[in-house]
Structure formats: C-alpha cells, structure tokens
Design a protein around this ligand. Sequence first.
Ligand code: ATP
Ligand code: MG
Length: 564
Amino acid sequence: MMENAENTSEKKSLNFIEVIVENDLKEGINDKKIQTRFPPEPNGYLHIGHAKAICIDFGLAKKYGGICNLRFDDTNPVKEDVEYVDSIMEDIKWLGFDWENVFYASDYFTQLWDFAVKLIKEGKAYIDEQSAEEIAKQKGTPTQAGVNSPYRDRPIEENLDLFEKMRIGELEEGSAVLRAKIDMASSNMHFRDPIIYRIVKHPHHRTGTTWQAYPMYDFAHGQSDYFEGVTHSICTLEFVPHRPLYDWFIDQLATDSYRPHQYEFNRLNLTYTVMSKRKLLQLVKENLVSGWDDPRMPTICGYRRRGYTPESIRNFIDKIGYTKVDGLIDVALLEYSVREDLNKKATRVSAVIDPIKLIITNYQEDKTESLTAQNNPEDENAGSHEVMFSRELFIERDDFMEDAPKKYFRLTPGQEVRLKNAYIVKCTGCKKNDDGEVVEVYAEYDPLTKSGMSESSRKVKGTIHWVSCNDAIDMTVRLYDRLFNVEDTLEDKDRDFREMMNPDSLKTLKNCKIEPFVKTAKPLDSFQFQRIGYFNVDPDSSESELIFNRTVSLKDSWAKEKNK
Ligand code: ATP
Ligand code: MG
C-alpha cells in the first residue's frame, strides 16, 4: 500500500469511467457535453466515502468540460433535514468543487407523480394493499418465481382513486403502496413488481405536507437523471442489479433517443472505520463522539477539524482509484496523504507535550537570546521566525533517561545532544522528588556550538526540541487514535459496531508548552510540532485555553506497532 502511495508522480492512466467518457465524447454523445450529478441524501453529514463519489462526479465534469449538478435525493422526509443540506454544500466547496445547479428530487415530485399516473393508466402499475411482510413473502427467491398479488389486476380507475388517496393522506402509512407491474418471475428480483410509492406522513423539509406519498429511490433516481439531462450517472457497485430497472423506467418515460446511463464503481471502505451514515448518526446521537465534526469521525467536517487539507483528501482518492471490485483500504494511506501534504505546508514550531524542566547551569540567569528557527525546511520561501533561548527550558520527559541504553541518543548524564536551533548541551544530572520521579534535568552548554556558527559543525548524534520557560505558553493537546480497534468493521455482521470502539481514542493532555509564535494562530491553522507530529488549532480554543488537535503523528507508529 505505502509503496504504491509513493509512486504518485508517475503519469496516471485513465480509470475505467474516464475511458467510457472519452469514448462517448469521441462518438459525439449529447453534442459532446457530458453531465454528471452528485446525489446525496440529506440525512447526515458527508463522509470520506462521499469524497470518492464527489471526486469522480465533479472531477469528470471539470476534466471534460461538462456540468455536474448537486442533487439532493430528498425522498424520505423522516430522516432528512436542512441542517444536512447546508453541511453538504459547505463540505463539497471545502473539498474544492462547485456545482452548476442545485436540484432536489422533490423538485420533480409532480413530474414523478404524473409519470406514475401514466404507468397506472397504461396498466403498468397498481395499488397493493397487502402488508409489507405479505409482499416480501410473495417475492420468491432468485431461483423461485414470486406469487402475484391479489390486487395486481384491480381496475385502473380504482388504482387512480387509491393513489390519490395515498397522496392526500386519506390512507394510513403502511396500508397501501404503488407497485410497478413488471414480472413476478423475473430472474432480476428488482423486476418483481417493485414498490414505487409509499405513504409517509411526516412533513417534508421543503414540500411540507403537500405530499403524503413519496417515490422510492429506484423510481426517483433515474427519472431525475433523465429530467436533468444527465449523461453519466455514477454510483457504487451495489446498484449494479438495479441498473436494468433504472433503464426500464426511463424507457417507459422517454420520448426521444436521449438516455442517461448508470455506471458503478467500488465504494470506499477504510480499515478501523465505520462509514455508514446510520452508524455515524448513532455515534452522534448516543454521545459516543462530540458531534459530526468530532476529529475522530470519518466525516469531511471531522477531517477538516482534525487538520486534514482538501488536497490531502483528493490526493488520497486519486491514489486509491476507481475499480469494479470492492475492497478495504488501509487508513494508513489516508494518514500518509495528509502527512505528505502538511510536510510541504505546515510551519514548524517547538512544542513540548509532556514537559520537564531542563536547567542550563552555566547559562547566565537573566540572559535571553533570540535565535532563528526556519519555518519549513521543505519550502525555501517559508521564511523563519524568532525563538527565545534562556537558562530554563522545557523538554519532553522522555528526552531524558537516567540509566539509558546504548542507542539512546538523547539526554543522559555525560552525553551531549543538540538543542534544536540552539546549542550543544551536555547532561550533568537530574533532581528527583521523594517518590524518585525526575523533576529537573541539568546540563551545561557549549557557547561555541550555536546553530549557524562556523564552529558549530561539531556533530552529536541526537537533536531534541525545547521551549524557553519564560516565553512558553500553555496549551491543551488532544491526541486522537483510531475510533475503532477492529480492522474490518464490516466483517462480523452480528457484532454491534459500538463494541468495536477503541476506548483510548482520545487522550487530553493539559499544561503542555508551546512557543509564543502560535499566539496569533486562528482556529484550524496547522503546524508541525517538531519531532512529534502535525497539529492544528481546535475551534474550541478560547482566550483562556489554547487547544490543539493532533492531525497525525510524524511517523506511522501504528504500522511499527503492528509489525513488532
Ligand atoms: P451511506 O450508506 O453511508 O448512508 P449512502 O449511499 O446512503 O451512504 P448517499 O447520500 O445516498 O449516501 O450517497 C451519495 C453518493 O455518494 C451516492 O452516489 C453514493 O453511491 C456515494 N457514496 C456513499 N458512500 C460511499 C462510499 N463509501 N464510497 C463511495 N461512494 C459512496
Ligand atoms: Mg443512499
């Protein structure tokens, strides 16, 4: 996986959908104008799986000079809400895409209704008053034909009358459905008189109570594509068996030769992640996370808050590509992508998350020195900033060890290390409290080893970071780990996904220290904490508490752990 990831500069070949589009364009389809759509149901926030759909839907339109519309598939009023509509728009824009038009499936309720009436009048649809269980029982199996409903041949007038009663709320939920009359013996189960309308007595976020009967997905999706002029309707593989029905409805509806076509790609599944909106909603509702934008969530807003960049997500999607086989992608590849992007962009700062004092005993007590720290060695235009050096510094607790093993190149009595951007110091000892815990570390510096001085070429094996005690500001750090500790959360279907949660997915560290350079940082600004990882300012930060989220550690400590 990681090997693939590193070969990204090679010119990529077309994915199979791009091949189809290029062929269609060559053949002059639709006056050489392709049209796609991104069709989210506004029943939750977008997740990283949706990003995969967004990148192909909007990406194709961008690449081939076509149009991509945003269409809200709002045919189930019980679960849908404007909160979701707004968040979806925000997240698409943040990912770097824009739509030509915003449409709603509910825009077509009248057209869809008229089409259903046409089917009834042609004897191709009927009202079934059996219960859902009864209908399911008659469906048969793939190897055994289904049984016709006793209502299948009721008179057209009766169907029309009942259909109207469904719409105006005269019939109770579950008491009647409209079914297309196709073939109860078809080898494709979706053709066995599919339900196309059901009664839902719940106000709709756009149409209120005008409609009390709503079209099913299969009856709304393809037709909406058709009404809008979509050429390439791209969705995920589970819709492959729906495609013949998609085509059948449009054949009933079409008045000319134009047809939208459905194409399917493999949905994104990630290790240690649940992706279904239903489960994500459950996590939010049951307060198992702090909200849709909890930085541990696989939602777009969660990644944004966590410090992921739009580029890192798009690059990740590009690396995994589009195929016709479902699989499970290692979340380490996503982490690799954000590391790769932030490495180019994030300003390096010094921060100590588990502080202990280091006292430079031969450094003048009241002296402070301004030293230069490069903002980003990966970017020569990034400039530099000042850091203050003084006698008392904070260093990481684990950068000192009293009895150290041979390969420990940090502070241990008698050993030298370089303090990043400053001097070489030699450890002289430490002070412990009554419990034997180290409370202070001592060292002496060599004034001739200041970074940048010509004499400073003396090499030592280790470099550690530090912040000056006088200048350091306090911060809270939130360290995130995987929300689930099961690699494939879909594997064991009988196990409740909540039992797979990692109890240690959030660790909060208070009184961490950071250089004052970050004082002016705004929420979501990203930094590299040298030697630790990438962190960004959490929007929960206030005047009294500066809070940083760990986006990702510098190295993939998880992979190392696993390979032990
Ligand atoms: P979920 O199963 O998470 O509820 P959904 O498919 O119901 O998702 P929609 O809002 O209907 O969510 O999806 C909008 C578009 O995003 C669809 O075209 C759908 O195929 C696509 N999509 C959803 N999940 C994924 C995924 N994991 N990988 C790729 N595309 C996805
Ligand atoms: Mg859906």
